[in-house]
Design a binder for this molecule. Structure first.
Ligand code: MN
Length: 610
């Protein structure tokens, strides 16, 4: 048994690089010619056994052992049949000659081999487009069988594949024209998967850039911000779609735009094509300051359709300026069933129960801060970790957000100082008002490009200034109209705790379906009342048939808590709502309005004055 013959078996994917002269291989008869027979060593390698080197009679597809006598310069193999009964078999794995996706730019016009994971399969009316992710980036590979026919139907999302093809430049994007595609199995697949995952962990690790300002709360939030940034980066690098949901006000918009710039730039940098900024990333404003069931229903509808139609992965859901309260629970539970990962960047007073549904949650209340650290500040700092290169584009967004949400935290001042040479406090206030005004007309649309111009990120400074001042003029005009109509109808009373309470029926004493909507109308009324009553504690309630919005100054209320108590105390009130501690809203059934408002006022009268 000594010196038993070793016969090598080339696994799929091996090519000439793995073939060695003088060694014996297991092959299969492919066909016959006058001068000999052709033997396949695997799917892509075959050679010729000259008739003088054939030892036995064969049929097509017979297994046969052959020694490689010569590998010619043109790649042809001269084989010789070997007869042996006593031998051991060793399988030959493909040595990786794979080119990394990040290097494809230097290989235009060349045929390369790549290895990676299928992240998406999209059937076009022409070729089938496979989105491939490897350790270094993402690229598309186009495979064509026949117009509109799915090529390589065996290759599905999540499979590890080896592709050979030519690198082409298509418009602005690189693409590989597939010559061959093999789904990897067994050790080969796990080896490639491990390689990708190992380097993904490293790539996804955010670069720790210093915070824009000195802040103890933000410093304590840093580890959780890093965690969120890591999750976002990993989603981008694995071509997982991202849905960004945000409260549809100026603060929410600032946070969302900062994150949007970071995410879309990272998609571009990692090799995603121009389109992938649109189909791998979507932003939607939410009317309520929480993730409503209506919102998740729409998101899930699109996600499942994209999954079915385009073979997309299910998305990562990113919530900002919402997502941290009990009101979010129904949606979070829906997401859990579909295993949609959710991360939250919020400054609403959080309810601990949400955290079991979240992958990560940045919230100043977790570290002793409060809503004065607004979503726009948090979102911007996270965005800078996601992609530090875009930092200078978004450094003014926290200042706009702080002014928009009337932050009284010292961080607001620091963020304003950071950009005061370009963005004065007044200009930030104008931008915030213009954003609120424009979002009202955008309704459920994200206004992706308009909003970036309004925030001075794209477009020219001249056009930015002109559009902002026009919108501010229009918004102020509309607010003035509304105030003239509603202020004379205020009902006021002094509560037992000394606070002044003002009530306004916005249903009958304010214009409807126009700017400013009821919440903002009540806010404006409240601001005027505060100016007219310096030093007084003031609560303003604007109510409609089935809702009330609250604003307060100098009264230590906890609106989410009041809402929960009223829900227990007034059966049949149909009560829900929430918001911040001192700014919020409550919903109820129309027939119970008087009782609910009475109960609410009673609670406010018991609140401490501070
Ligand atoms: Mn906010």
């Amino acid at each position: 048994m000594d010196n038993a013959l070793v016969v090598y078996r080339l696994s799929a994917g091996c090519d000439l690089g793995e073939v060695v002269e003088g060694k014996t291989y297991a092959g299969k008869v492919q066909g016959f010619a006058n001068f000999g027979m052709f033997v396949q060593l695997n799917d892509r390698i075959k050679g010729l056994v000259h008739k003088t080197n054939i030892k036995n009679e064969h049929n097509e597809k017979d297994p046969v052992l052959v020694r490689v006598n010569t590998i010619r310069n043109n790649g042809n193999l001269d084989l010789e049949e070997i007869i042996a009964t006593d031998y051991t078999i060793e399988s030959v794995q493909k040595r990786s000659h794979a080119v990394q996706l990040s290097d494809l730019g230097e290989k235009i016009g060349k045929t390369v081999q790549i290895e990676g994971e299928v992240a998406q399969v999209k059937q076009t009316s022409g070729p089938t487009i496979f989105t491939i992710v490897d350790a270094t980036g993402t690229e598309n590979a186009a495979a064509f069988i026949e117009a509109g026919v799915r090529a390589y139907p065996e290759a599905e999302v999540g499979h590890l594949v080896r592709i050979v093809g030519e690198v082409m430049q298509r418009n602005r994007d690189l693409q590989i024209e597939v010559d061959s595609l093999i789904v990897l199995t067994g050790d080969e697949a796990s080896e490639v998967k491990e390689r990708i995952e190992r380097s993904l962990e490293i790539r996804a690790e955010p670069v720790e850039v210093p915070l824009l300002i000195e802040s103890e709360v933000l410093r304590k939030l840093r580890p959780e911000m890093m965690k969120v940034a890591r999750i976002i980066r990993k989603a981008v690098f694995t071509a997982q779609p991202i849905i960004l949901r945000h409260h549809a006000d100026a603060d929410g918009i600032c946070s969302a735009i900062a994150l949007e710039i970071a995410i879309t730039s990272l998609i571009r940098e990692s090799g995603g094509d121009f389109d992938s900024e649109y189909f791998l990333y979507k932003r939607s404003p939410s009317k309520a300051p929480f993730y409503e069931i209506e919102d998740i229903t729409r998101d899930l509808d699109f996600a499942l359709k994209d999954h079915a139609r385009f073979g997309q992965k299910l998305p990562l859901i990113l919530l900002t300026d919402n997502g941290s309260t009990e009101e979010d629970l129904p949606s979070l539970k829906v997401a859990e069933i579909y295993e949609l990962p959710i991360v939250v960047i919020d400054h609403h007073h959080p309810d601990a129960i949400v955290d079991q549904y979240l992958k990560a949650h940045v919230n100043p209340y977790h570290v002793g801060g409060d809503f004065g650290i607004t979503a726009g500040m948090l979102g911007t700092e996270v965005a800078r970790l996601v992609n530090p290169k875009i930092s200078s584009l978004i450094e003014h967004l926290p200042a706009v957000a702080g002014v928009a949400d009337r932050s009284e935290a010292k961080e607001r001042t620091l963020y304003l100082e950071l950009v005061e040479e370009i963005y004065s406090e007044d200009h930030c206030r104008d931008i915030a008002l213009a954003l609120d005004y424009e979002q009202f007309w955008l309704r459920f649309n994200d206004g992706r490009e308009i909003v970036k111009e309004m925030l001075g990120i794209t477009g020219t400074p001249d056009r930015h200034n002109r559009i902002i001042s026009l919108l501010v003029e229009e918004a102020n005009h509309a607010i003035e109209d509304q105030m003239n109509a509603s202020m004379p109808h205020l009902r006021d009373q002094e509560l037992s705790n000394g606070a002044l309470l003002f009530l306004l029926d916005v249903e009958i004493h304010a214009h409807k379906f126009t700017f400013p909507p009821p919440g903002k109308t009540s806010g404006e009324v409240h601001d005027r009342l505060c100016r007219n009553n310096p030093g007084k504690s003031i609560v303003t309630i604007g109510f409609g048939p089935d809702f009330a919005v609250l604003r307060s100054r100098g009264v230590l209320m906890n609106i989410p808590k009041m809402v929960r108590e009223l829900r227990d105390e007034i059966p049949g009130g149909g009560i829900s709502g929430g918001g911040h501690l001192v700014v919020g809203s409550i919903k109820f059934v129309e027939g119970m309005r008087e009782e609910v408002l009475r109960g609410l006022v009673k609670k406010i009268a018991y609140a401490d004055i501070g």
